[in-house]
Design a binder for this molecule. Structure first.
Ligand SMILES: Cc1cc2nc3c(=O)[nH]c(=O)nc-3n(C[C@H](O)[C@H](O)[C@H](O)COP(=O)(O)OP(=O)(O)OC[C@H]3O[C@@H](n4cnc5c(N)ncnc54)[C@H](O)[C@@H]3O)c2cc1C
Length: 592
């Protein structure tokens, strides 16, 4: 036993060192003046795209990332919340509002984003979902040829390296670079949650198969207890092996170079180590900087709403609805107590847990304590194959036991203390996530200075249906307490009165409306800000081949292109977008 522990420990160290070596392969990269393709942003989409494009040895590809290398600490799934407190987070915040995030400091929602090799796939909670097949059929119905579920399914299967045992064979991908598995640690709470959801009428199923509505233990982008980021999935296997791929870290792209006469993109300006450089692209510039930075960069480069650009001193080149159509998922989390064990702060320091992790097993492999997930179609609960409008995911612990959440969400201290502290019982949480919101926000430039953060207007609840379904989602969550599965663990609502809602009758509809306006937790799925749509759509920024309207040799490939948010977590769908884009770019450049 002792021999095993020592061997595992050394193997763990060896792996860490080998990963570090891989990360530093590109440290001394000497940029050349011109590449075939420049990909801006090494996030979920950017790493996948750069890897696929550099498959053609004749193309020189440059991948530029504002952040630095990924490291071992970021691979530990249970620590997901803590990563937001480090410098791999861009640390965005929405503009103050009197309609949402009322329990957060200055009434602003924290909007974390990954600033590191792997982007937000390094900061995320690794929950793996494809969404509903109707999401993609809807994209196609909006006029985007080639984006129906039938069309995109091969791309999901291409990147998936799924290890989910009961995955539906006709849908799942087994041989792709992105590993997907179930965490191997489970609490009794998750068993109770899965059982209660089944007693409520859901089937236990692979929610990434033909039918989405159902309940399951979490599928996650992890392997042997380790985060499987886009960097690890796509770049680690080729690092140092492809002379035609250059990766430049710690470099901020400040502008896309566009010839104003021919309206052709021909390179980028990047800032690194206090210096500014121009790099040219012979074939294309591709923006994969994510749903906040991509619209910012487009606008800084003269592509966006003309009047807004003039207002901040930028000469417009093409007038497009960049920054509109911003969408996100929110979940007003609900807290419960139970008589079975949940995750405690002390577990993070427990020697057994540490030793198990070194062996690729145990509690530390649980992504941010999320264990199980369920999809409901509240509008037609009797239909087995629904288009989910509510997802619940269950956490094996409470915010009291995970103090990082106070800062990660930016919760006001008195509210945190009132709602979460001194519970004196094991606790767990359920996040009821609103899957198909109708409200739309906007990203605007604050100034023409690329180092200044853009203004983010989330506009949650701008559409009244979103408030309505949020309240119904909370009530549905609480209603599960009546199920025998939850009764068996003595699950009870943690009865605390939200400061700011105390004047309203407790648990009335008005109270819950007030509650969701206070605990407007983002689930970090910002998207839609460079909308894909047909030429007839005035809100469209890119066409169905992801080319920016009115500018040659410029594409957007990331979460910004989603015309409508998908009914799930978007990391997987962004991989799909990148895989499909890579094929389209290869076709358009005569490389099949
Ligand atoms: C905290 C958090 C938790 C999440 N949890 C989940 C989850 O559990 N499951 C799930 O499916 N999804 C989750 N998501 C969402 C998911 O990770 C994102 O939707 C996805 O990673 C977006 O991919 P992207 O390629 O569009 O952008 P990103 O992955 O954010 O990549 C953009 C990259 O571009 C870089 N960049 C930006 N601007 C510039 C510039 N000017 N110059 C150079 N580089 C630049 C950034 O640093 C970043 O690396 C989460 C996101 C966050 C932030």
């Amino acid at each position: 036993q002792r021999g095993n522990i020592i061997t595992n420990f050394f193997e763990f160290l060896r792996r860490g060192q080998s990963d570090l070596n891989i990360e530093h392969v590109d440290d001394g990269v000497q940029l050349i003046n011109e590449y075939d393709f420049i990909v801006v942003g090494a996030g979920t989409a950017g790493c996948a795209l750069a890897a696929r494009l550099s498959e053609n040895p004749a193309w020189k590809v440059l991948l530029i990332e504002a952040g630095g290398p990924e490291n071992m600490g970021m691979d530990i799934p249970i620590l997901a919340h803590f990563l937001q407190l480090t410098d791999i987070n861009w640390n965005y915040r929405t503009q103050p509002s009197d309609k949402y995030c009322l329990a957060m400091n200055n009434r602003r929602c924290n909007w974390p984003r990954g600033k590191v090799m792997g982007g937000s796939s390094v900061l995320n909670y690794m929950m793996y979902t494809r969404g509903n097949r109707r999401d993609y059929d809807r994209w196609a119905a909006l006029g985007n040829e080639g984006w129906s579920y039938r069309d995109v399914l091969p791309y999901f299967r291409k990147y998936e390296g799924s290890e989910i045992p009961n995955a539906e064979p006709e849908f799942v991908g087994r041989r792709g670079p992105v590993k997907i598995g179930h965490p191997d640690w489970r609490s009794h709470i998750s068993e109770a949650f899965v059982r209660a959801a089944q007693e409520d009428g859901l089937k236990y199923r692979d929610y990434n198969g033909h039918i989405q509505t159902g309940v399951s233990y979490l599928q996650a982008t992890i392997h042997k207890g380790m985060r499987w980021s886009s960097n690890r999935a796509y770049l680690y296997p080729i690092k140092g092996k492809r002379a035609n791929l250059h990766v430049k870290k710690n470099a901020l792209v400040t502008k896309v170079l566009i010839d104003p006469n021919t309206k052709t993109a021909y390179g980028v300006v990047l800032s690194t180590g206090g210096q500014s450089y121009q790099v040219r692209a012979r074939r294309e510039v591709i923006l994969s900087a994510g749903a906040i930075n991509t619209p910012q960069l487009l606008m800084l480069s003269g592509i966006g709403p003309a009047q807004h650009l003039r207002d901040v001193g930028i000469k417009p080149i093409v007038d497009l609805a960049v920054g509109y159509n911003l969408q996100d998922h929110i979940a007003p989390a609900v807290s419960f107590t139970t008589n079975v064990s949940s995750i405690r702060t002390s577990d993070y320091f427990e020697a057994t847990n540490i030793m198990q992790y070194i062996d690729g097993k145990g509690l530390f492999g649980l992504p941010g304590a999320v264990e199980a997930i369920a999809f409901w179609d509240l509008s037609q609960p009797q239909v087995e194959d629904g288009w989910a409008d509510l997802e619940m995911f269950q956490l094996a612990g409470s915010f009291e036991e995970n103090p990082a959440t106070l800062r990660a969400f930016g919760i006001q201290l008195d509210t945190y203390n009132t709602m979460y502290r001194n519970v004196n019982s094991d606790g767990f949480m359920i996040f009821p996530m609103i899957l198909r919101p109708k409200s739309r926000g906007r990203v605007l430039l604050k100034s023409n200075n690329p180092f200044k953060y853009p203004l983010l207007h989330a506009n949650y609840f701008a559409h009244p249906d979103d408030l309505d379904i949020s309240v119904r989602a909370v009530l549905k969550t609480i209603s599960l307490l009546d199920r025998p599965g939850f009764k068996a663990i003595n699950a009870r609502l943690l009865e605390r009165i939200m400061p700011g809602c105390a004047k309203l009758p407790y648990k009335s509809r008005a109270y819950w409306e007030c509650y969701v306006r206070h605990f407007t937790y983002t689930i970090y799925h910002y998207c839609g800000t460079a909308k894909m749509g047909p030429p007839t759509d005035p809100a469209a920024v890119v066409d169905a081949r992801l080319r920016v309207y009115g500018v040659k040799r410029l594409r957007v490939v990331d979460a910004s292109i989603m015309p409508e948010i998908i009914a799930g977590h978007p990391n997987g769908p962004v991989f799909m977008i990148a895989e499909k884009a890579a094929d389209m770019i290869k076709q358009d450049n005569n490389y099949i």
